[in-house]
Design a protein around this ligand. Structure first.
Ligand SMILES: Nc1ncnc2c1ncn2[C@@H]1O[C@H](COP(=O)(O)OP(=O)(O)OP(=O)(O)O)[C@@H](O)[C@H]1O
Ligand SMILES: [Mg+2]
Length: 335
C-alpha cells in the first residue's frame, strides 16, 4: 500500500536517509524503530508531505504522491508533543479539521461524538479546555483529532513517549485495539524496543540513515540480521574470542569463528543442565532481584556474562558461587 522507492532525504547537504526502499502493506501496524537521530521522523515527514524527497518516489495505493501537497494525501499524523490548539476545548480541537473541510454542523457533531466514544472520551471531557487534561488524555484527543478525518494512513511519531510508564502501557493496548477495529494502515515511530515488539505486525530497524532489517517482531528478535539489530532489540551478552574457543573445544557440533565476537541473549544462558549444550563455569559477581526473576552477572573466562533465572525456588546463587552454565550453540549469533 505504501512504497518508498529509492528515496533519498536531505536537509540541505546533509543526507538523512539514503536509498530507502520499503513496502508497507494495507492494514498493517508498521513500526520504525531506532535510536535518536537515525531518520525515523524524517521518513515519516516525507510520507506526510512536509519534506520533499531529494531523489526517488513515494507511492500510495498505486499512485505516486511524491509531489502531492500535504492536504491532498489523506494521511493523519499524531506527534510526540500533542500539538493541540490550547485555546480551544476538546470538542473544538477534534472538530477543527472537519470545519476546515466545511462539513455541516450536524455531520461534524456526529463524527466527533462517534470518535469520542471509540477512544473513551466522556461527554464531560469534550467541553473541557485541553490545558486542563492530563498528558494521557491530551494524547487521546490528538489521536481523535487525527482519526476523525478518516485518513487512509495514520502516522504516529512517538505518541506515548511523554507519558509515565503505567499510562504508556495502558494507552499502548488501547492503541492496538483501536488500530485493529479501524483496520487503518499505521506507521508508528518509537525508540522503545518493547513497544515495537508488542504493537507491530512488522518492524523496520533504522540505523544512521539506513534500514538494517525489516521483519516481524519474532524475526527481528530471533533472527537478527546484524549486530546492531541484535543489540538494539534485546539484552545480549558479547562473547569474546577467548570464550568462543572454549565453546569450540566442546563437541557441540558447531564451530564459531574466533576472529570476531559472538552474541547470545541473556535469557538463553541456562543454569540447569542441558544435554548437548556447551557448558561453561561462571563465578557469580552480582545478583539483581527483580520480583519475577533474578538477573545474575558471572565472570567467565575473563569476561562478564549475564543471565536471568525465574524466581521459582529452583535456582538461587550467592555471590562468588561457582556455577555451571549451559548455552545452546544454536543460540549463538555471529555476524
Ligand atoms: N530540520 C532539520 N534540519 C537539519 N537537519 C535535521 C533536521 N531535522 C532532522 N535533522 C537531522 O536528520 C537526522 C535524522 O533526524 P530525525 O529527526 O529523522 O531522527 P529520529 O530518528 O526521528 O530521532 P528521534 O528519535 O530523536 O526523534 C538527524 O541527524 C537530525 O539531526
Ligand atoms: Mg523523531
Amino acid at each position: 500500500m505504501i512504497e518508498f522507492k529509492n528515496v533519498e532525504l536531505r536537509y540541505n547537504d546533509f543526507v538523512a536517509m539514503s536509498d530507502l526502499n520499503l513496502t508497507v502493506n494495507e492494514g498493517e501496524f508498521f513500526t520504525f524503530l531506532g535510536p535518536s537521530g537515525c531518520g525515523k521522523t524524517t521518513t515519516l515527514r516525507a510520507l506526510v508531505g512536509f519534506l520533499k524527497p531529494y531523489a526517488g518516489n513515494i507511492v500510495v495505493a498505486g499512485n505516486d504522491i511524491t509531489d502531492l501537497p500535504v492536504e491532498k494525501r489523506e494521511i493523519g499524523m499524531v506527534f510526540q508533543s500533542y500539538a493541540l490548539f490550547p485555546t480551544m476545548n476538546v470538542y473544538e480541537n477534534i472538530a477543527f479539521g472537519l470545519k476546515v473541510k466545511k462539513l455541516s454542523k450536524k455531520e461534524i457533531h456526529e463524527k466527533v461524538m462517534a470518535v469520542a466514544s471509540k477512544i473513551d472520551l466522556s461527554e464531560e471531557q469534550l467541553y473541557k479546555n485541553v490545558a486542563s487534561l492530563s498528558g494521557g488524555q491530551q494524547q487521546r484527543v490528538a489521536l481523535a483529532r487525527a482519526i476523525v478525518l478518516e485518513p487512509k494512513i495514520l502516522c504516529l511519531d512517538e505518541p506515548l513517549s511523554n507519558l509515565d510508564a503505567k499510562l504508556r502501557v495502558g494507552l499502548r493496548e488501547e492503541l492496538k485495539r483501536l488500530q485493529r477495529t479501524l483496520n487503518i494502515t499505521t506507521l508508528y515511530v518509537t525508540h522503545d524496543q518493547e513497544e515495537a515488539l508488542t504493537l507491530s505486525d512488522r518492524i523496520a530497524v533504522f540505523n544512521n540513515g539506513r534500514i538494517e532489517q525489516v521483519g516481524t517482531p519474532y524475526e527481528i528478535y530471533n533472527k537478527s540480521a546484524s549486530e546492531f539489530v541484535c543489540d538494539f532489540i534485546g539484552d545480549i551478552n558479547r562473547i569474546t574470542p577467548r570464550l568462543i574457543e572454549k565453546i569450540n573445544e566442546q563437541t557441540t557440533g558447531r564451530r564459531f569463528k574466533t576472529d570476531r565476537e559472538a552474541f547470545v541473549r541473556i535469557e538463553r544462558i541456562f543454569g540447569e543442565v542441558k544435554q548437548n549444550y556447551a557448558s561453561i563455569k561462571g563465578k557469580v559477581l552480582d545478583k539483581e532481584y527483580n520480583g519475577l526473576y533474578t538477573k545474575y552477572t558471572y565472570e567467565v573466562e575473563g569476561q562478564k556474562l549475564k543471565n536471568i533465572e525465574k524466581n521459582d525456588g529452583l535456582i538461587s546463587h550467592e555471590l562468588n558461587d561457582m556455577v555451571d552454565l549451559f548455552i545452546n550453540p544454536d543460540d549463538i549469533m555471529q555476524f
